[in-house]
Write a protein that binds this ligand. Structure first.
Ligand code: ACO
Ligand code: KIV
Length: 391
């Protein structure tokens, strides 16, 4: 079976930048946009042009420099938002306007004090107007996760008829269970007239820690685009993490789903975004966290030294990490100590290792991590040091 391509829509510069305290200036946005283009994302959501003169200028500047990806600007279903986005995107080689409106009963009642039919009319008007600036118009049905499927299908049909080519089905509040989100996508694939003229997109939030799982269920059920951010940053608990969905699809070839991402740039891109945004990445973060390829317990270390695959499903080089780390702690065993001692120049016999290991445990019990200089000290202060160096 041939593989289907999943489009990666990166929204680090838009939804990612909605994180409190992580303002980026134009220069930083340009650096990140260039890197995303190199990484191989298909779409860069560069900002929300009507929101401020600074964001307009950033989207315009990004449009001028991006070579391969489509550059996208977000709008509400408001004529002036769309006009301003069209202007900001006018230099892009490939431009997309992303417009939309809330479709859940909660949004319709409380945000818009409106009704279902009127919301469809506003959606259609927005898409038609966006089409006067670019052929590539994506529509988001905000809070689709809590929108009932029949009405959502009606919205989708109406905006496809108006010319939308991508239908974004956001789980805006991160509410859906993976099977529910997958079933929603399946329902739309099976019940929306004209669905063959558009692709469905997953935009999932992480309020319950399900953003990645939901996005994967979405593409398994027929969606062909995932909206995500580097390190999963984004509004509240964040968005689907780009590095996670990309590596899931790569590590599970039986899903027959591919992306265009150059995965060897994932780690350095994560570091770059974290530095510019001033947002620290948790050490246990999947794929790009400092501990993602670090082993500190003896049984695991022994396995990894014998064969990396015993405890690693990803080759660190595939994501741009040079090598796995064997971290020495009080939970480490002899195999790990011998491995690290060899790296700093000591080839220990089995007998020598037993003696040095006893010394090591005293040391490790009072230190969080035993480093290279500690290893020298442990060996130099051991009773058999002379025997080790004369060998
Ligand atoms: C789920 C998401 O992530 S959506 C994107 C969220 N990102 C942002 O909001 C960042 C950019 N936003 C902004 O800069 C500002 O909110 C602006 C410029 C868009 C609007 O600012 P203001 O005009 O001052 O409005 P404010 O933000 O207070 O309220 C939002 C208004 O937009 C309306 N609105 C919200 N979403 C939509 C939509 N998709 N389509 C049409 N109108 C909408 C609200 O109903 C409200 O209108 P009201 O004042 O008539 O009640
Ligand atoms: C604007 C839309 C796509 C969004 O960010 C959401 O619904 O979470």
């Amino acid at each position: 079976m041939s593989h289907s391509n999943i489009q990666i829509f990166d929204t680090t510069l838009r939804d990612g930048e909605q994180v409190p305290g992580c303002k980026l200036n134009k220069e930083q946005k340009l650096i990140i946009a260039e890197r995303l283009d190199l990484l191989g994302v298909d779409v860069i959501e560069a900002g929300f042009p009507v929101s401020s003169p600074g964001d307009f200028a950033s989207v315009e500047a990004i449009s001028k420099i991006v070579k391969n990806a489509t550059v996208c600007g977000l709008t509400r279903s408001v004529e002036n938002d769309i006009k301003v986005a069209g202007e900001a995107l006018r230099y892009a080689k490939k431009a997309r306007i992303h417009t939309g409106i809330g479709t859940s009963d909660s949004h319709i009642k409380f945000k818009f004090n409106s009704n279902r039919d009127a919301i469809i009319e506003r959606a259609v008007r927005a898409v038609r107007y966006a089409k006067t600036f670019t052929e590539d118009v994506e529509f988001y049905a905000e809070d689709a996760g809590r929108t009932d499927n029949d009405y959502l299908a009606r919205v989708c049909e109406a905006v496809i008829a108006a010319g939308a080519t991508v239908l974004n089905i956001p789980d805006t509040t991160g509410y859906c269970l993976p099977n529910e989100y997958g079933a929603k996508i399946k329902y739309l694939m099976e019940n929306v007239k004209g669905i063959e003229k558009a692709i469905l997109s997953c935009h999932c939030h992480n309020d319950l820690g399900l953003a990645t799982a939901n996005s994967i269920e979405g593409v398994i059920n027929g969606a062909r685009q995932i909206e995500c951010t580097i390190n999963g940053i984004g509004e509240r608990a964040g968005n689907t993490a780009l590095e996670e969905v990309v590596m899931i699809l790569k590590q599970h070839p039986t899903l027959n789903l591919d992306t265009n991402i150059n995965t060897s740039l994932l780690y350095s891109t994560s570091q770059m975004v974290s530095e510019h945004m001033g947002i620290y990445t948790q050490p246990n973060k999947a794929i790009v966290g400092a501990n993602a390829f670090a082993h500190s317990s003896g049984i695991h270390q022994d396995g990894v030294i014998k064969n990396r695959e015993t405890y690693e499903i990803i080759d660190p080089k595939d994501v741009g990490v040079t090598e796995s780390a064997i971290v020495l702690t009080a939970r480490s065993g002899r195999a790990a100590l011998a491995y690290r001692a060899k790296k700093v120049g000591y080839e220990l016999t089995k007998l020598q290792l037993d003696v040095v290991y006893a010394n090591f445990l005293d040391f490790a019990d009072i230190k969080k991590e035993v480093d290279d200089s500690d290893i020298h000290q442990i060996i130099e202060t051991s009773t058999i040091y002379n025997q080790i160096i004369s060998a």
